[in-house]
Design a protein around this ligand. Structure first.
Ligand code: ATP
Ligand code: MG
Length: 572
């Protein structure tokens, strides 16, 4: 795969990139001048019936990213032919999300802008004897359609005269018929092995108010009659869509050929599917409606707005999309791979901080009461330009409950009675005793410190096996921390036992709220969307619910990178 290809090296995008058959096709089309001197023109065509998710991010990176590589252009086109499901709120969120991902469209288009043109083209096909009004019910049309093994049957209305069809279609448009009473169909071939070619419906009657055209129309074009022609009107040279549209391609081409309009081409690629994740607007909408999550931007949601709120970065998502590329067969991608790209990006860019999520008090008996000092800490060990900061240290501290065991299990090297550990950037401390409550729980750990170990440096070459983080109790700020886990318990949330729905695979423990985490005081002014690595704990992002004095952090990801391990194993 990685062999040098003299043809693609002639392309503007000559750097090494994961292979992508669509890029190869673009290189070829430019070379053969398939579209003359026109630049690559693509479009991203969401239906505004929900918020964008990670699957859309993949499509966006292909549509915008590939056009950018070749100096081409990309339109954002709302595929708004379904008035009952579409809303302005979705249009707005889609624009925000595309921009957040780092892309800017050339033209902002709406399929509904083409309703007049599409209607004119429908009339043209009726006049040419290539479309007819059918009075069969939806149910009867389905029955007449046949199956993969049996041809369909002609509708008794298929032989209507051009005049009658014209008259009826105009009446349909003028609102003279009820919803569902008639449709306009293309006259193609009821025996075609491709079911999409068995006289597909072009227009349906629907007295519904459209979010942009209001009540102007009571007939609406079907996806297949709108999509290709919209591409053609925008002179799209490469119209990318997911594999389930492969069987629609002959119909896409048929309309364009019959109408003799700009010959755009449809190219199908694999749908992104991630483990432990559902990428379907319909199902995500159900989670929102049934309040299984707190809205479209709940940080557990795989929506762009959800992962943004959770602290993911556009760069990481673009890098992930570049790495998965595009192929011609559907598969499933490990969620750990996306998380790996996210950790890699955050590790490089975000400042470190010390935070204790589940605090246990430590008192240093030989550290004078009332004394305090500042210790110098690197803001980002991966980036010296990030500088250092001063963190206060004093006699009473908090450490993580997990970093202490009264009775340490084998190979437990953190704090326990009689053991010495390093407090990160500060001192070596040795546990001398514990204080327990009436129920016998350890509520305080007593230690002594070695003043010669200042800065966390070993005095006289003495070794400790563990370094733990801490926050000075007197200086700590208390914050709410929201810990997210996978939204579904199964790698394939659609894997159901009898009588189950995908809701049965929801993880009941996907959100844990910690009300009283203790943070170092430098975080006092942290603003929504700011990101940090809490040392030894994970990556965190300030939530938009956060307020001065009542900070709220979302855990973006824990530190552990299982994907790096999987990759290492696979490579070994
Ligand atoms: P959903 O089933 O979630 O509603 P959709 O395909 O109906 O998705 P559209 O708004 O019609 O959503 O999609 C806009 C574009 O995004 C289309 O080109 C579609 O093929 C692409 N797309 C949608 N889901 C995915 C996915 N999981 N992977 C890659 N591309 C996707
Ligand atoms: Mg759709």
């Amino acid at each position: 795969m990685a062999t040098s290809n003299p043809e693609s090296s002639a392309a503007p995008a000559a750097e090494a990139r994961p292979s992508n058959f669509i890029r190869d096709l673009m290189v070829e089309d430019l070379k053969t001048k398939k579209y003359g001197d026109a630049v690559i023109q693509t479009r991203f065509p969401p239906e505004p019936n929900g918020y964008l998710h990670l699957g859309h991010a993949k499509a966006i990176c292909l549509d915008f990213g590939l056009a950018d590589e070749f100096g081409g252009k990309t339109n954002l086109r709302f595929d708004d032919t379904n008035p009952e499901k579409e809303e302005q709120e979705y249009v707005d969120s889609i624009k925000t999300d595309v921009r957040w991902l780092g892309f800017e469209w050339d033209r902002l288009c709406y399929a509904s802008d083409y309703f007049d043109q599409l209607y004119a083209w429908a009339l043209q096909l009726v006049k040419a004897g290539k479309a007819y009004v059918d009075d069969l019910t939806a149910e009867e049309i389905r029955e007449h359609r046949g199956t993969l093994t049996e041809p369909g049957k002609d509708s008794p209305y298929r032989t209507r005269s051009v005049e009658e069809n014209l008259d009826l279609f105009v009446c349909m448009k003028n609102g003279e018929f009820e919803d569902g009473s008639r449709v306009l169909r293309a006259k193609i071939d009821m025996a075609s092995p491709n079911l999409n070619m068995r006289d597909p419906v072009m227009y349906r009657i629907l007295h519904a108010t459209h979010h942009r055209t209001g009540d102007k129309w009571c007939i609406y074009p079907m996806y297949d009659f709108a999509h290709g022609q919209s591409d053609s009107l925008e002179k799209v040279t490469h119209s990318m869509c997911t594999l389930e549209f492969t069987d629609h391609q002959p119909l896409y081409r048929w309309y364009i050929e019959q109408l003799g309009i700009f010959p755009t081409q449809q190219i199908e690629f694999d749908r992104l599917s991630l483990t432990y994740t559902l990428l379907s607007k319909r199902k995500l909408l159900q989670l929102v409606r049934e309040q299984r999550v707190n809205g479209w931007d709940d940080p557990r949601m795989p929506t762009i707005s959800g992962i943004r709120r959770r602290g993911f970065t556009a760069e990481a998502i673009r890098n992930f999309c570049a790495a998965i590329g595009a192929s011609r067969t559907n598969g499933s991608t490990d969620i750990e791979m996306l998380e790996h790209f996210q950790r890699e990006d955050l590790n490089k860019r975000v400042p470190r901080a010390m935070a204790v999520l589940k605090p246990l008090k430590v008192v240093i008996e030989n550290y004078p009461e009332g004394q305090e000092e500042l210790v110098e800490v690197a803001n980002n060990p991966e980036d010296t330009a990030a500088g250092t900061r001063q963190v206060p240290f004093s006699r009473a501290l908090y450490i993580e409950q997990d970093d202490f065991r009264e009775v340490p299990p084998p190979k437990y090297y953190r704090l326990s009675p009689g053991k010495e550990v390093r407090l990160r950037n500060a001192y070596f401390v040795t546990c001398t005793s514990v204080v327990k409550d009436a129920a016998g729980n350890v509520v305080e750990v007593r230690c002594t410190y070695d003043p010669a170990s200042r800065g966390g440096n070993s005095p006289n070459g003495r070794k400790v096996k563990s370094t733990i983080h801490w926050v000075s109790a007197r200086h700590a700020i208390t914050a709410e921390v929201r810990i997210y886990d996978k939204l579904f318990t199964k790698a394939d949330p659609g894997d159901l036992e009898e009588g189950q729905t995908f809701l049965d695979n929801l993880n009941p423990n996907s959100l844990e709220v910690i009300a009283d985490a203790k943070l170092e005081p430098s975080l006092k002014d942290a603003k929504p969307e700011e990101r940090y690595q809490f040392e030894r704990v994970g990556y965190f992002c300030v939530d938009r619910d956060s307020k001065p004095g009542a900070l709220v952090f979302n855990r973006t990801l824990p530190l552990k990178d299982t994907w790096a391990k999987i990759e290492k194993k696979a490579g070994a």
